[in-house]
Ligand binder design. Structure first.
Ligand SMILES: Cc1cc2nc3c(=O)[nH]c(=O)nc-3n(C[C@H](O)[C@H](O)[C@H](O)COP(=O)(O)O)c2cc1C
Length: 174
């Protein structure tokens, strides 16, 4: 079982579309997955799931518990201001520390409307995950100028699809 995280709370995000497509790729490889979409974090998450309120938000707790139980994650990471979205860091800050991610494994896919494809976003996130003791797979596809790779809400660019499929297979074996 793999947990795919769509790492933004922006409505109708491209990240969500890529997360759904990644789920299909895993399905084709006979691997079950579930998606955590940060768009659906409880609306009072920032004021009632952090710091002194850790573990007390009944709507967030099932997500927090899922993150504790899950062993493998794929983060779909859009590039926001040259890094990953702030909501993702806030989400990580709301997880039980230490231990939620320690010794676990993750893969990342970066995407941007510009030319970087989230390369710095994934680098920043890799630093954090390594600090937390999570193993990050080296293959990190970068979907640059992502809108040009898509049609009808799906990636149609053959070489991008191939990189996602190769990564998914490698992550299953990771
Ligand atoms: C707050 C914000 C900051 C952004 N910063 C960048 C950026 O630094 N570089 C870039 O290429 N695209 C940037 N974008 C565009 C996103 O990369 C683009 O929206 C892409 O589709 C992935 O984000 P999405 O999952 O929210 O759709 C930004 C978008 C937002 C909402």
């Amino acid at each position: 079982m793999i947990t795919i995280i769509s790492s933004t709370n922006r409505k109708n995000s491209v990240s969500k579309q890529v997360a759904l497509q990644y789920q299909e790729i895993l399905q084709e490889l006979a691997i079950e997955s579930t998606i955590i979409d940060l768009e659906h974090l409880p609306s009072d998450f920032i004021t009632s799931a952090l710091y002194e309120n850790q573990g007390t938000n009944v709507d967030f707790n099932p997500i927090r518990d899922h993150m504790k139980e899950a062993q493998k994650f794929v983060f779909i990471v859009p590039e926001y201001n040259g890094s990953f979205p702030g909501i993702l860091k806030t989400f990580l800050d709301a997880l039980e520390f230490p231990g939620t991610l320690k010794g676990k494994k993750c893969a990342m896919v970066g995407l941007s409307s510009g030319i970087q494809g989230g390369v710095m976003a994934m680098s920043h996130l890799t630093d954090i995950f390594n600090y937390l003791g999570m193993h990050v797979m080296a293959a990190k596809p970068k979907l640059t100028r992502v809108n040009g790779l898509m049609e009808g809400g799906k990636i149609t660019d053959e070489s991008s699809i191939r990189r996602l499929k190769d990564q998914a297979q490698a992550f299953i074996d990771f």
